[in-house]
Design a protein around this ligand. Sequence first.
Ligand code: KG4
Ligand code: ZN
Length: 338
Amino acid sequence: MNILGIETSCDETAAAVVADGTMVLSSIVASQVEVHYPYGGVVPELAARKHIEVIAPVVDSALRKAGMSPRGIDAVAVTQGPGLVGALLVGFCFAKALAYDLDIPWVGVDHLDGHIQSIFLQTPSPPFPFVALLASGGHTNIYHVTSHTHSRCMGQTLDDAAGEAFDKVAKILGLGYPGGGAVSRLADSGDSSKIHFPRSYLGKDAFNFSFSGVKTAVNRYIQKHPEVLPDGIADVAAAFQEAVVDVLTDKVIRAAKKTGCGHIALVGGVSANSRFRERVGKAAGRHGMTVYAPPVDLCGDNAAMIAAAGYRYLSGSGAVSGALDADVFPRSPLRGEI
Ligand code: KG4
Ligand code: ZN
């Protein structure tokens, strides 16, 4: 089954063709970084306008790269939420109209589930049950995943998401937006032991996260020690990254132990971070657990993960198409309760 995935929840216009929920035939991601860069963050109205401009060419190039005409597509999967409503609506309406025109089923996908399902776009993929840590710009959630269609949220951030903390620290350090990649590249050449930033564990058995404290600590440190810039900037980045990675690693390992899972999936934009992968890999090894992460280009927002999730919904529900009057949702039921 060839599924065309479409993703426009935030500042990336993405389309992909995935065969049988696992084989990526094409994945196109058109970033809007240059549109939002001057504002230091995503401007919702501008995001929606840019999606409108590029959605048709992006879908077209995903089909061409997959060597497929629209008639070769069996179904369309599109992000229904969570995200910016104006941005979501562009992909959502486009997908419904395309499916209607081609007379094929379409399905709305939860973006967070898309990130979880991205772990099946590579081999080997984890067997069920496993624990997934979704760390991105909008979320830091731990899930106990028992099947393609069932996952329980065990914990989430109470304030900033991990990626958001990276972005804010990048801003404090003058590295621009979005800054996760820039902070981690800088951290590679820094010494994390020179500065100690606080780790917030929220109690011994807690699975929720809080990253606003460490971000504030970095800000305060820079104000108190302006001389650290520019020469000591790499040490600040490394010390910050280590504080975040310590907490993420501790919680995901404890979640796996608590649920008796021997398999851990790291998904979302922050899972592109090599120090994070390395630390969880080492800790998991000590406990006889196995760690999985998508290829780096499928960690951040993309449409292949949406197609993969759509495949599971459609193959599990007998290819029932979505209703044409369905609407997008700004918040996800997969977020869990605080
Ligand atoms: O999954 P994603 O593309 O979008 C959301 O769903 O939010 O994640 C984007 C986030 C941004 O906050 C970005 O700074 C962060 O992932 N990120 C990283 C790295 N690469 C991207 N954070 C830390 N280290 C990285 N190498
Ligand atoms: Zn995302």
